[in-house]
Design a binder for this molecule. Sequence first.
Ligand SMILES: C[S@@+](CC[C@H](N)C(=O)[O-])C[C@H]1O[C@@H](n2cnc3c(N)ncnc32)[C@H](O)[C@@H]1O
Length: 308
Amino acid sequence: MPDNVSLAPPSLKLWKKFESEGTNAFRICTLSGAWIERLGADLLLSYQAESLLPELLAWCATLPALTGFVPERVFGRHLPVRNQERVSPVLLEGDAELPLFTTVTEAGVRFGLDFSAGYSAGLFLDQRHNRSWVRQNARGRFLNTFSYTCSFSVCAALAGAETLSIDLSRKSLSRGEANFVLNGLSPEKHRFFAADVRESFPRLARKGERFDTIILDPPTFSTSHTRGRFRVEDDMGELVQAALEVTAPRGRLLISTNCTRLGVRDLERICRMALKLRRLSGTFSPTLPPEDFPRGEGASCVWLQLSA
Ligand SMILES: C[S@@+](CC[C@H](N)C(=O)[O-])C[C@H]1O[C@@H](n2cnc3c(N)ncnc32)[C@H](O)[C@@H]1O
């Protein structure tokens, strides 16, 4: 094993805990400028510099003896400084003939991954606790904005909620529908809108639609043909205000971001201002940090529950 890393006993304990609860997608270790994730039968190595690769591969070679897990394939992904330079993972080890589409499980829930779909294969591991909360608590009407491959919607639908997923990308929504099917759910009984969330909120409000739970997890930056640029630091406040217009009394919102310049306190401040402008009140609950992510890594999130 390389000198500067070790699969310390707590990590091994965590590995076993994940496996026992039916989870095979998790971060295995985080090094300086790199990390390793297990994604079902495969491993994904993410690194800021190619020079870290030999060390990461050496680390992977120790896994079978430590955990009994023999990866089918090892993929590598360069972490560029600029988002525009992001590319799909490349196959480093394993059979190139195997399909790039695969499935993983999280607490028994199945999600499709596609290693050829771009930088992200289809599931954000740092949202595991929030998906678990949704899986256990979502009831009534559930709105998943910036839904990507609809992992939150699948969990809500499994809990019995009626879901609406909104994303700019029709392709991501189709993958979301496939995730419903993977879990024995009928996509026909749920709604999927390919639209800009900023346009959808006022439309839903005009129609009188109200939701018991809303997920608001926008990207740090995006652009759309109809509404132009979205920058989370500038636009989160307006987004929260628009979401509050369609939140049912005592409804809950998850506000989340991967923007490193916005922490939990910033999100709470943005929400307080939005509540004030909408003459509403609510309480915040912290979210548990993911057990497999070092402190400070992963999304910053808060749950806001509206008062009656
Ligand atoms: C960070 S991902 C969301 C991850 C998702 N919450 C999850 O946990 O799987 C961002 C998503 O927002 C979508 N998106 C970006 N700008 C958008 C917009 N203005 N309206 C709707 N969707 C948008 C992208 O297509 C992408 O799927």
